[in-house]
Design a protein around this ligand. Sequence first.
Ligand code: FAD
Length: 439
Amino acid sequence: MTLNDLRQTIKGRVVLRGDECFDEARKPWNRAIDQWVLAVVEAYDADDVATLVTYARQERLTVTAQRGGHRPSGDVDGVILLRTDRLNDVAVDPVTRTARVGAGATWDQVLRLASPHGLTGLVGSSATVGALSAVLSGGIGWFSRKYGFAANTVRAFDAVDADGLPIRVTPETDPDLFWALRGGGGDFAVVTAIEFDLQPAPKLYGGRMVWAADRASYVLDAYREVTATAPEDLTVWFSLLQPPDAAPSVAVEVTFLGEAEEAQRLLSRFEAVEGVVSDNRGVMPVEELGGICAEPIEPSPGLWRSELLTVLDDTVGQLLLANAKSMEPLTALQLRQLGGAVAVDRADGGVVPPLIEPFLLSMFGVPSDAEARRAVGAKMGEMADAFDGYVSGSKPYMCLAPGEDASKAFPEATLLRLRELKRSRDPHNVFRGNFPVLR
Ligand SMILES: Cc1cc2nc3c(=O)[nH]c(=O)nc-3n(C[C@H](O)[C@H](O)[C@H](O)COP(=O)(O)OP(=O)(O)OC[C@H]3O[C@@H](n4cnc5c(N)ncnc54)[C@H](O)[C@@H]3O)c2cc1C
């Protein structure tokens, strides 16, 4: 059977090289990354997924599943790109506080249904990313300091295995695969739907405060003070922003699971920093969480690099501010406080190792062409070198960037177990995750 023949059996769309829409269909959300895939299959339902996997297995081809492609590796040459966008049903059960979410559904969809019940999921800064994709890569969310990684919340996966057979993966049916899918990426199966726990958020406070960039040192001082004693219900991020079309600024983004008065008390130190140019903090519905950081919603180009900081003392603070003064061509530097539940070693939690480092530092750039791309890459490298001695060298799996690999994200014993499982469950490499555990 040829790829062209698949058009007769797949209910969704099969797009092949030479088709007019091929170049558009193969693009990831992140337009800075190219995907030189063999074909694109847009599945209509779980049966389409099974048909494609069976075909790939027979023809010794490889499939990579993708909903959005927000942080793709680009490592997909010659692979069939399986789009799951249409598998986007979402159902929320307020009694059991669970959600059943199709592989192609976004966090936005989950939050809209969970919000009226005072429930939330462990969404991060962008609610346009796939909820399943976030779970498969670990998922650090606004409330992870209190509730852990999104991967820790899963109850069950519906998936298609390397023989093209539908499987239900729970701790009872398949403990090894259940472990691997919670944070180990897309190397082991194509997941068609997922069931996970929601968390209570009957009262939610959040928003963003912004100052001109010359206030950065004062805001950073306040940030260090507030985060030093922050309870796990409070999450505060610190961002240095230099967008191409606006003045440089410094911002803090916050969420608090609780009463507004308590949030204001915990955050009062920021109000002492003069010169606030905007402040939209307030009581907010869960479904607005994805808007706090004002991240792009439409597909756009972006390069990123993340490092886990082992400390945020005076020296590191000075380093950060010194680098921020000449951060061009980068557009943003962000610090996220970790700690709390993400630092806890959970025997039942899946693959994701505890993050014992107190802060995650991320750098971003928006390259418009190849030259800008090189400049962004060089600047991120230069900046990472500047923090040498203050970073651990490991990276959360969901933060890996093109050129980095899974060995940065997992302890050796975890990686060995993931590789063993890959060899036994997918010996013919029918599946490829964006950052494969085995090459
Ligand atoms: C602006 C922005 C903000 C972000 N903020 C956060 C954040 O706050 N917290 C956080 O944790 N992450 C964050 N991320 C990272 C993001 O969660 C991950 O990159 C996520 O994987 C991207 O979602 P996606 O829907 O584009 O995933 P996709 O690109 O669709 O999927 C990522 C990978 O998951 C696997 N996969 C996807 N679907 C399936 C499937 N059905 N079966 C098997 N494997 C599959 C594949 O290996 C795929 O390459 C952010 C990314 C961006 C661009």
